[in-house]
Design a binder for this molecule. Structure first.
Ligand code: ADP
Length: 476
């Protein structure tokens, strides 16, 4: 099962260098010791990327596309190995890991295609002796930092548009889940990226590497996915150089079910939007608002489905929910439940750890939740669904928008007028209408308000790595 681990690059520490350990969150088993590369390696990686960037950008779009295609194909061919590594280091069920690897490959495919679709513009000049046009050029070296919850697809989603645009990259994966990134980079080497175009930095924590990426003048853009708190810090660190930033940060997604919704479809959607990846996604439904006419029916059917979700080691067949990433995550869920119960919430199922010493938590449903409870205000990031009863459609939209976040929202309704009005009124970067799942390489993923800056996926994702240059030709 772990044959793929033997083929990882740089798995053994360089003698004398500091190292850090990667563990399987399901079993606690040690998976690998990696070199803790730190600032000096990061600086060297930035310089290598800088040296390689101009030549990479000077290739034809078709040539860059060909390398991305080869990488895509290699990832597809190694899906089983990559998924096994992912499940081992992150814990998610193997079927979800395979689907994540396919999603990662899909980004590479999309941007291999999109590399060929970089267009400029000509403008009708206001005088006859001038010609005016716009060309697009790669932004330069991009520093990227990825989180542990989607350790394969985040890597692909961030770096494939940058590479397609002609940027060179330095990537620091999350310290909990660096192995699948390492395996993907090993495949990238086989795909034939020129030396220095893609660079991986393993590190036991983010702060030093992050500061170096933000303050090194050769890095022109930072692309980060993670907590809002770290996103704010990176923004501050980038401000002295007015460095560009792409940020995908936290969310607090509302999931609204109106009286005219198809309840069975809404229950299906809520299971997906809440429990995919054990609720550890930034687009996870965090607040389930259910209108009074369908509240009891929805709650009953939903709880029934949640009871059937089996929790365990991601390698065990039939497991729907793996472990939480660490004990800090566990403590947050427990704190949210305790706070809710103290303020009048009711546990309908779950509510406790599965085994005393692991990080497995029973999928939990709470009802009688109000907006003053922590569970309604903060991103839980775990298998805890909080149901809030509502009466009035306008009021629910106001409550849904009453947050600093603006990443994803979902709602179920059938009345066409309501569908349009609510979709337009929700202050979110993405709105799922009668669906609990909307991530796709073809769509612009990203948030407004304090959920982020920029978009990943689609043609808009490519634009984020291109600078616009206006050329004005006179004397014609
Ligand atoms: P989480 O709390 O879910 O782990 P973080 O935002 O802390 O979310 O982590 C996401 C990514 O950011 C990881 O790769 C982590 O190493 C990195 N990171 C954490 N702190 C910093 C920091 N101060 N500067 C740069 N990167 C950081």
């Amino acid at each position: 099962m772990f044959a793929a681990l033997d083929r990882l690059p740089a798995l053994g520490p360089v003698t004398g260098e500091p190292t850090f350990s990667v563990y399987n969150p399901s079993t606690g088993a040690l998976l690998a010791e990696l070199p803790d590369m730190g600032v000096a390696h990061t600086r060297a990686a930035i310089e290598k990327a800088h040296a390689a960037q101009a030549e990479w950008a000077a290739l034809t779009a078709r040539d860059r596309s060909d390398v991305l295609w080869r990488w895509h194909q290699l990832i597809v061919n190694h899906t089983d190995d990559l998924a096994a590594i992912l499940t081992a280091e992150m814990g998610k069920p193997l079927a979800e890991a395979k689907s994540e690897v396919s999603h990662a490959a899909a980004y590479l495919q999309w941007y291999a295609e999109e590399a060929n679709r970089i267009y400029g513009e000509t403008i009708s000049a206001p005088s006859t002796d001038r010609r005016m046009l716009v060309i697009k050029q790669p932004i330069g070296v991009v520093g990227t930092i990825t989180p542990w919850n989607f350790p394969a697809s985040m890597v692909a989603r961030k770096i494939s548009p940058a590479l397609a645009a002609g940027c060179a990259i330095v990537l620091k994966p999350a310290e909990q889940t660096p192995l699948v990134a390492g395996a993907m980079f090993a495949l990238a080497e086989v795909a034939g990226f020129p030396d220095g175009v893609i660079n991986l930095v393993y590190a036991s924590e983010g702060a030093d590497v992050g500061l170096e990426l933000c303050t090194h003048p050769m890095v022109r853009k930072i692309s980060f996915t993670g907590s809002t708190e770290v996103g704010r810090l990176l923004m501050r660190q980038c401000s002295d150089q007015v460095k560009k930033l792409a940020l995908e940060l936290g969310g607090n997604a509302p999931f609204i079910v109106f009286d005219d919704a198809d309840i069975d479809a809404a229950v299906d959607g809520a299971i997906q939007a809440k429990f995919r990846n054990g609720g550890q996604t930034c687009v996870s439904a965090n607040r389930l608002y259910i209108q009074s006419g369908v509240h009891d029916e929805f709650a009953e059917k939903f709880v029934e489905r949640v009871r059937q979700l089996s929790v365990g080691d991601g390698f065990d067949p039939g497991v729907a929910i793996g472990p939480l990433i660490d004990t800090r995550a566990l403590a947050k869920i427990e704190a949210h439940i305790a706070d809710a119960l103290e303020k009048g919430g009711t546990i309908r199922c779950g509510g406790e750890r599965i085994v005393a010493d692991g990080t497995f938590f029973a999928p939990t449903v709470l009802t009688d939740i109000t907006s003053t409870m922590r569970v309604a205000q903060e991103e839980t990031f775990g298998p805890l669904a909080a149901i809030i009863h509502f009466e009035d459609a306008e009021q629910v939209v106001r409550e849904a928008n009453d947050t600093i976040y603006g990443l994803a929202a979902y709602f179920y309704a059938s009345n066409l007028k309501r569908v349009w009005r609510v979709a337009e009124a929700l202050e979110y970067g993405m709105v799922g209408i009668n669906t609990g799942r909307m991530s796709s390489e073809a769509a612009p993923f990203g948030g407004i308000k304090q959920s982020g800056i920029g978009r990943e996926g689609s043609r808009h994702g490519l634009e984020d790595y291109l600078e616009m240059k206006y050329l004005c030709m006179g004397g014609i």
